[in-house]
Structure formats: C-alpha cells, structure tokens
Design a protein around this ligand. Structure first.
Ligand SMILES: Nc1ncnc2c1ncn2[C@@H]1O[C@H](COP(=O)(O)OP(=O)(O)OP(=O)(O)O)[C@@H](O)[C@H]1O
Length: 222
C-alpha cells in the first residue's frame, strides 16, 4: 500500500508557480495496477518521481509498506555516461541481484544489440525506455512505476512488454502513466485522475477514463 498524506508539490521558476499536487490524500492499494490519468502538464511524471523518492515533496509525505521501483521510462533514471550494461550492473548491485544474470536478462529483453555496450547518452528515447523497462522487470518490486513505456519499440516488443508486465502484476501492483486509453484498459484495473493539484481515485479504470475524457472535452470547449 502507498499512502499520500497531505502531499504538496510546487515548482517555482522565474516567478511562475506551478502547483502539481495540492494537499493530496490518497491510497494506492497493494497489488493493484492503477492508471494515472491527466492532461499534458498536469503533473503525472512529477507525481511518479515524488512517489519513487527521486523528487522531494514540497510538504506532506509518501508512506509505503513495500518496495517501490524507480520510474521506468523516465530518462533521468539512467546514468547517461555509463553503458546500458554498466547501468544494469550498477542497479543490480544496489538491489543485491546477481549482476551477470541480470545483465543477460536485460540484454536479451531490451533488444539493444551492440548499443547495450555503448553510453546511454547515445540512445534514442525508445532505446532508453527499453533498457529501463528491462532493468525494472528483472527485479522484484511490490509496486512498479511506469511512465509511457508502451511507446517504446515495435509491435512485437510492446506485446512482449505487456506479457512480462502482466506476469509481474500477479504478485505486484503498479502506477502506470500512458496517454493511450487502450493501453490503460489493457494494463490497469483501477485509475486516478490528476487535475489542478487534486487526485481522484477510482476502483474501476473505466470510471477514471470517463472522468478524464470529460475533462478533455471541457478543455476543448474552453
Ligand atoms: N524540474 C522542474 N522544474 C520546474 N518545473 C517543472 C519541473 N518538472 C516539471 N515541471 C512542471 O510541472 C508541470 C508538470 O509536469 P509533468 O511532466 O509532471 O506533467 P505530466 O502530466 O507528466 O505531463 P505530460 O503528460 O505532458 O508528460 C509542468 O508544468 C512542468 O513544466
């Protein structure tokens, strides 16, 4: 279970204030795959980083009784000057996994070929996503944080990713960001909509999608 308690996250740049989370109180239940919805710039990626602990809240806290992955798909998760193989071994050591076994798994899964041994800064965004997804799926987490991974790779890769993700969901939960409603339906049971710093949680992803689509229609009319 992940609990957001009075969570506030505010960015201030050049006198402009952006409130991403405004005293959010929410619970993400154990073992549930939750789709996080919201329009561009609502703060979904930022919220994932705050939940992962890679970005500090302005106030409030994130509590969890299980371990949480780093956000898959966000470029900041990888060290750009290290190769894919080095990043993999580095993460394996942090989490106490077998470095060689994990390296073999990630090399095979991510389908990076010779790029696996080149610095991550030379990768396309899709290649980075594949690496970061492979590293995450090689490890056992109670909650996986996934940001737009399904945009990475060709149809065969996406199918393989979905299969591995579903296998992980037998024992774990996830918070999943995607702009594709079809992907949300395929991958998530529950949903949450982030708008104007508020988060509304729904046990059924269909209810969250209906709320989100209504927001998008209202935006078009405005
Ligand atoms: N490090 C930062 N410093 C300042 N502002 C930031 C920072 N990161 C994000 N923001 C701002 O916070 C807001 C939320 O950004 P975020 O990327 O979390 O939104 P998002 O919902 O994931 O967007 P998208 O759907 O377009 O990917 C945006 O207005 C963005 O400009």
């Amino acid at each position: 279970m992940i609990v957001l308690r009075d969570l506030t996250k505010v960015f201030e740049i050049n006198g402009i204030t952006k409130v991403v989370a405004n005293r959010i109180n929410a619970v993400f239940p154990t073992g549930v795959s939750v789709g996080l919805l919201g329009r561009n710039g609502a703060g979904k990626s930022t919220l994932l980083k705050v939940i992962a602990g890679t970005s500090a809240p302005t106030s409030g806290e994130v509590l969890s009784d299980g371990n949480i992955s780093f956000p898959v798909g966000l470029a900041s998760s990888m060290h750009p000057d290290m190769t894919g193989a080095q990043n993999t071994r580095f993460v394996a050591r942090i989490y106490g996994a077998d470095t060689e076994e994990m390296s073999r798994y990630v090399a095979r899964f991510s389908e990076l070929g010779e790029h696996f041994h080149l610095p991550v800064r030379t990768y396309s965004s899709g290649m980075r996503s594949r690496l970061s997804f492979g590293i995450n799926m090689a490890l056992q987490f109670d909650t996986y944080l996934i940001d737009e991974i399904t945009a990475a790779g060709d149809a065969a890769f996406r199918e393989k990713s979905k299969k591995v993700f579903r296998a992980r969901m037998e024992k774990s939960g996830a918070i999943f960001v995607s702009h594709s409603m079809q992907t949300m339906r395929d991958m998530c049971e529950a949903g949450a909509v982030l708008e104007h710093g508020q988060l509304t949680y729904y046990d059924d992803i269909e209810d969250a999608i209906a709320h989100h689509e209504e927001n998008m229609v209202l935006k078009q009319r405005a």
